[in-house]
Design a protein around this ligand. Structure first.
Ligand code: G3I
Length: 320
């Protein structure tokens, strides 16, 4: 049995991983990612983002996203689609355009309609809006918020729902996995979208954590319960747990405990549908490129050997 098999046996929909196009030339990597005992779901880490899909206005390129979608289909894996509206990885025609409220809403709707229509029927879920909040729970001052105001959120969800009525529509963010001002902000976003009479189906908890300082299982579970009380599901969408290098046996043991804590919180929560790790091997983790001196955040090492974290996750899922 593997991680996905164990998750499904518990009534979850999947255990999965992010992946990215450059890695797909690594045949050993692809063969391990395609093992549905461990991975029942994949998420494209970059290739469905705005800069990848609409590099110039109203010209859409789906080649790389399609490669990941086809891999999921060939393997019989669910696809989490990521993402439609974010402040990062925007093409320059968006960031340096001169926008009015009306023209930016039109461009936003056109992007969402085209991308969601292209992937219609292929995604389990879309991360419709990603990272709209500051740490204090207020709205991030992005192009979207500055030009359109908070209405950009319901506008985005409504456009996605119109283009694919059956895909699950998620709000996705980090540091909303535990109680506090930012989680309160995410609850406010769910209520905001609902107050417009617009569909929102889920909250994605990214869960980019640090070894030894992850929130407790009970705090994560009660925070998940606060979301599901609003009638939405939750998912762990980008789990990884980084450490200051070099890794030691003690750090790897703590990392295993920490992975089990977060996966266990999902197990404890009926409305938590699944867990996605933000790539499965340290070889392709985003962490060292962003946090200098940190890494080793994934459950497999850079030689594709299982770390103690693998066993921690598996036992949290009741597997062996
Ligand atoms: O495509 C260019 C390439 O042409 C160039 O040669 C190369 C040189 O650095 O950069 C390439 O772009 C990189 C891109 O990934 C594609 O590989 C960017 O530099 C790099 O910053 C970018 O990082 C991605 C990051 O989002 C950007 O914010 C990571 O791969 C991706 O894993 C990460 O994912 C995000 C989620 O979408 C949202 N939540 C946080 C998570 C981690 O940051």
């Amino acid at each position: 049995a593997g991680l996905n098999t164990a998750a499904v046996a518990l009534g979850k929909l999947y255990f999965g991983s992010a992946t990215d196009n450059p890695e797909l030339t690594d045949t050993a990597y692809v063969s391990q990612l395609s093992n549905t005992q461990d991975f029942g779901q994949i998420t494209p880490g970059n290739s469905q983002k705005w800069d990848a899909t609409e590099p110039s206005q109203n010209t859409f390129t789906f080649t790389n996203g399609d490669t990941v979608a086809k891999l999921a289909q060939a393997n019989g894996q669910k696809l989490r689609c990521h993402n439609l509206v974010w402040h990062n990885q925007l093409p320059s025609w968006v960031t340096s355009g001169s926008w009015t409220n009306a023209t930016l809403i039109a461009a936003l709707k056109n992007h969402i309609t085209n991308v969601v229509t292209h992937y219609k029927g292929q995604c389990y879920a879309w991360d419709v809006v990603n990272e709209a909040l500051n740490e204090d729970g207020t709205y991030r001052t992005s192009l979207w918020y500055n030009t359109i105001g908070e209405a950009y959120l319901p506008i985005a969800f409504a456009a996605a729902a119109a283009a694919d009525p059956s895909v699950k529509l998620y709000y996705n963010d980090y540091n909303i996995e535990y109680s506090g001002a930012k989680a309160t902000g995410a609850l406010k976003i769910v209520k905001l979208v609902q107050s417009y009479g617009v569909k929102i189906d889920g909250v994605g908890l990214q869960a980019h954590f640090i070894v030894g300082s992850t929130p407790s299982r009970s705090n994560q579970a009660s925070t998940m319960a606060a979301y599901t009380a609003l009638g939405v599901e939750v998912a762990i969408t980008e789990l990884d747990i980084r450490m200051t290098l070099p890794s030691t046996a003690a750090l790897l043991a703590q990392q295993s405990t920490d992975y089990a804590t977060t996966v266990g919180a999902c197990v404890d929560t009926k409305g938590c549908v699944g867990v996605t790790i933000w790539d499965w091997t340290d070889k392709y983790s985003w962490v060292p490129g962003t946090f200098s001196g940190q890494g080793a955040a994934c459950p497999w090492d850079s030689n594709f050997v299982k770390k103690p974290a693998y066993t921690g996750i598996l036992s949290a899922l009741g597997g062996s």
